[in-house]
Design a protein around this ligand. Sequence first.
Ligand SMILES: Nc1nc2c(c(=O)[nH]1)N[C@H]1C(S)=C(S)[C@@H](COP(=O)(O)O)O[C@H]1N2
Ligand SMILES: [Mo]
Length: 320
Amino acid sequence: MYTLKQKNWKISENEITSENLFNKRRDFLKLGAAALVSSSVVAEKLAAVESVKRASLDFKKTLYGKDLELNSFDQASTYNNFYEFSLKKDAPAKLAHTLKPNPWDIEIHGEVQKPMHISLDDIVSSYPLEERIYRFRCVEGWSMVVPWIGVTLAHLIKKAKPTSKAKYVKFTTMLDPEMFPDQKRGLFGNIPYPYVEGLRIDEAMNDLTFMAVGMYGKILPNQNGAPIRLVVPWKYGFKSIKSIVSIELVEKEPLNTWKLINAREYGFYANVNPEVDHPRWSQAKERKLGSFFKNKTMMFNGYEEEVGHMYKNMDLRKYI
Ligand SMILES: Nc1nc2c(c(=O)[nH]1)N[C@H]1C(S)=C(S)[C@@H](COP(=O)(O)O)O[C@H]1N2
Ligand SMILES: [Mo]
């Protein structure tokens, strides 16, 4: 079993870094690395970009979130939770150049008729990518609005043909201490690795549940979970697991990292809910990155119409 040091998980009300020179350096490094990878769609796209910019993606715009006011790319890419790099919000943007998102392979397996491996290239080249603007709410009380680019998780899962025993989905982040410095620290690390998460199968198949490969028109910056991460907009941000290598269909409710660390404070469901406070802080309000005032937290983060039916007969005070 893991012995865990007591940490100060609570948010420090950090300000947002506006301009970030490290981004430019990181993109430059990434372009260098990409040139070494042969004949891959993503690598070609990267190589085709002359200036120090992230590769653009082809995608279609959708109506999701069209009336929401976006946060800036700088805000979303310099204020991150990615414990594989650091506990500090501004650190992943500076450290994440060690993540090598290409080539990348995701395994879809477990209770499926057609276990499969898909590469990031497969996703980028064989699926129509869409852009969806979603609200995103961290359990710590900050929120943002981000234009993600990707495919629905249902799209990927259906390909593998789940069996009738597939009741939950378990996700796993890459385990590679060369890419993620905190994974080198073993029991002294910030959290146990690899980071794992889970969804119930109906949640996983819900139309809102998204696998993002990009944001703001381009491939994901490493610090936001490159090359592919989950986005579950009605749940607290920790459910939206980054840099995924395994999607496993399972029969029993899988453990998730935060519940494993502290089951009293973090549950499996983690639905955004203004009425159910975190044991150490209220969830009634939130502060959008870059804004001075707090707003009221919305039930299911504003997605009640789309997802409320899945929790009709559940006591949401019990199933936190
Ligand atoms: N592998 C991994 N995934 C992760 C985390 C992490 O530390 N490691 N942090 C989670 C938390 S707490 C949040 S709020 C979001 C933050 O996503 P962002 O940095 O893109 O805003 O990622 C989630 N996914
Ligand atoms: Mo979070």
